[in-house]
Structure formats: structure tokens, C-alpha cells
Design a binder for this molecule. Structure first.
Ligand SMILES: Nc1ncnc2c1ncn2[C@@H]1O[C@H](COP(=O)(O)OP(=O)(O)O)[C@@H](O)[C@H]1O
Ligand SMILES: [Mg+2]
Length: 327
């Protein structure tokens, strides 16, 4: 429950019909609930507050939120970008280990109150490793969705500034933001920042900024989830690894996972192919989830354009041929 002080303000504003005081007090209630990890309640209250009754459309609210995102002083670019979250756990195909870890992390956060009452914290700093197109960004979206938190992507290209000292100040703004708002923050391709750390070449500014980000990770005590992704885990040194609570691996799909992916991506498509066909799955071996998805999308297009009602093996073969022509 919100504190007495805030509740008094809320009721007084209501009785006096002071809309702006009412909004401010309601916002404080929401923030208090978020801080207590009551994200579902907070999101519900937010919907009530900003919903149709207040005459503020969802679109307007989004704009309000985005305008609060920090920007870089040197070029005015936003340092964080909000992404919409729609997909759920059923929309991802992973190895059993990674799937289990993902579910456990969500579970820990849903039960954060209980953990905290024992003096423990849910896993908050996560490292996602693996080749591109295997679901690192998607998994971040799913975590955000499961916890009803916004997903913000840290724009490392805007964070890293050519101006001396500006990178550290940008990072400070990013960490201030994620400390003040409960979000899932994705530091995508984090190694772009971290890989040159041990480099003998004079990357003074880069080194300083990597040290700054490591220190900020260490001292971070907010409630946001911080997720860093990398395609090249070998490039990260020990100092970086140690700072994460959990590491999740995203690999290319094996045959069984390819079959599950085919079933997932072709659900709702009328077809003459079986998604658990061993030979069919074999055609996709060595491809990432994103590659497979692209081929299937192309195959469905072929089907539509050729005026067929059912997806046939020939549509998939044709789409695969085109995929290899592009390579
Ligand atoms: N493991 C997966 N299960 C289901 N779909 C996936 C998976 N990995 C990737 N995809 C599809 O490919 C798209 C791009 O993948 P993404 O999550 O951006 O990969 P990464 O961040 O690892 O490069 C996703 O939005 C999703 O549609
Ligand atoms: Mg990604």
C-alpha cells in the first residue's frame, strides 16, 4: 500500500477537484508501488490514470514517455529507445537449459518481495551470449512482457561520444534513468564497448568508458533489469563476466528445436508439409532462428503469389534456394 502521506494528498486533491494535484499524487502512488515491485498493480493504476477518462490517448502517453528519455549533449540523440513488447514465452524456441533459466528469472522477479524479505535479490544483471538471430533481443522482450515492464534499448552508438568525457556523462544519464524507472534495459552488443578494454592501442576514451560502465554495473542497486548481449563471448574478459548474476546462452537451433520453430512459425498456415518431418528440418540445419523465419516468410509469400491455398514443399525449396543465392 502507498504511504499515508501520498494517500492524504490523493484524497485531498480529489475532494478539492484539483486535477493536476490529483495526477501528481496518483503518479507518486504508482511510483511507490513500482518501487515495491508491484508492477502489475502499478501498470493497472497507470492504465487507469492515463486511460480514456483522463482524455489522454495511449499515443499521447507514449510520446510523453519518450520525451523524458535522456539525450546526448553533444548531438541531441536519444540514449535510450523504447521498444514495444508483445511476445510471450510461448513465442520463443530455446534449449531446455536456457528456457528453464529464463522462466526462473521471471519467477524470481515475480516473487521479489519474498526474496527481499529474506535479504535476497532477484537476478538483475544478465548476460546473453550467442550468434545473432538466435533470440537474445526477443528474450529481453519476453522478460519485459512477463514482468509488465517497458523495454528500453540503450543506444550504444549514441552513448559513445567522440568528445572527451562525454561518454561517461552519457552513461551516467543512462544509469540515472534506469535507477529512477523500473524497466528492462538492454545494452545490445555490449562488447562494442567492452572488447577493446585490454587493447594496447591508445583507446583512452574507450577504456575510460568501459571502466565507467563496469563501475556503474557494480554499484547499480535499482530495480531495473540490466541485460547485456554479445555475439562474441570470447572477447569479454573476466572482469566483465564476474559482474553478471546469470549468463544465458543462445545457440543455433538443433533438429528438435528447428521442428518446434517450424510448428511455431507456420501455425495458422494451411500446409501440405509436416513440421516434424526430419528431412524437412534437416534443410534448415546450421541456420539461425531469424534466418529460418525469413525463409518461411518467403515461402508463404511464394504460396500466396502462386495462388495456392496450401503451403507446399516446393515453396520452401524455392525460398531456400533464394536464401542461398543471397549468401
Ligand atoms: N529462439 C527463437 N525462437 C523464436 N524466434 C526467434 C528466436 N530467435 C530469433 N527469432 C526470430 O528472429 C527475430 C530476430 O531475433 P533476435 O531476437 O533479434 O536475435 P538476436 O538478438 O539474438 O540477434 C526475432 O524477433 C524472432 O522473430
Ligand atoms: Mg539482438
Amino acid at each position: 500500500m502507498a504511504s499515508g502521506k501520498v494517500l492524504r494528498k490523493l484524497i485531498r486533491a480529489g475532494v478539492e477537484g484539483d486535477i493536476s494535484a490529483f495526477k501528481a499524487a496518483s503518479q507518486s502512488v504508482i511510483e511507490e508501488e513500482r518501487q515495491k515491485q508491484h508492477h502489475l498493480l502499478a501498470s493497472d493504476l497507470e492504465r487507469l490514470l492515463y486511460g480514456a477518462q483522463m482524455g489522454i490517448s495511449a499515443g499521447a502517453r507514449r510520446l510523453q514517455k519518450v520525451s523524458e528519455l535522456p539525450t546526448s549533449k553533444d548531438n541531441g540523440l536519444t540514449l535510450l529507445e523504447e521498444r514495444s513488447v508483445v511476445r510471450e514465452e510461448k513465442d520463443i524456441v530455446l534449449s531446455d537449459d536456457t528456457q528453464t533459466l529464463l522462466s526462473e528469472i521471471v519467477h524470481e522477479h515475480n516473487r521479489a518481495d519474498v526474496l527481499r524479505s529474506y535479504g535476497m535479490q532477484p537476478a538483475q544483471k544478465l548476460l546473453f551470449c550467442g550468434p545473432s538471430g538466435c533470440g537474445k533481443t526477443l528474450a529481453a522482450e519476453i522478460i519485459a512482457h512477463s514482468l509488465s515492464l517497458p523495454l528500453v534499448i540503450v543506444r550504444l552508438d549514441s552513448v559513445i561520444s567522440s568528445f572527451l568525457g562525454e561518454t561517461a556523462s552519457n552513461l551516467r544519464k543512462v544509469f540515472d534513468y534506469v535507477s529512477q524507472h523500473a524497466v528492462v534495459a538492454l545494452f545490445d552488443e555490449f562488447d562494442a564497448l567492452a572488447k577493446d578494454r585490454g587493447d594496447a592501442a591508445d583507446h583512452g576514451e574507450l577504456k575510460r568508458s568501459v571502466n565507467a560502465v563496469l563501475q556503474m554495473l557494480d554499484s547499480y542497486r535499482g530495480e531495473s533489469l540490466l541485460i547485456a548481449t554479445t555475439n562474441y563471448e570470447s572477447l569479454l574478459d573476466q572482469a566483465v563476466w564476474r559482474r553478471f548474476d546469470e549468463t544465458l546462452r543462445f545457440e543455433l537451433p538443433n533438429l528438435e528445436q528447428i521442428k518446434r520453430l517450424l510448428a511455431l512459425k507456420l501455425s495458422g498456415i494451411r500446409r501440405e508439409v509436416e513440421t516434424d518431418d526430419h528431412e524437412l528440418a534437416n534443410l534448415f540445419k546450421g541456420m539461425s532462428h531469424a534466418d529460418i523465419e525469413r525463409v518461411l516468410r518467403r515461402a508463404v509469400k511464394e504460396m500466396i503469389l502462386s495462388g495456392r491455398e496450401f503451403l507446399q514443399r516446393s515453396h520452401i525449396d524455392e525460398a531456400l534456394k533464394r536464401e542461398y543465392r543471397h549468401k
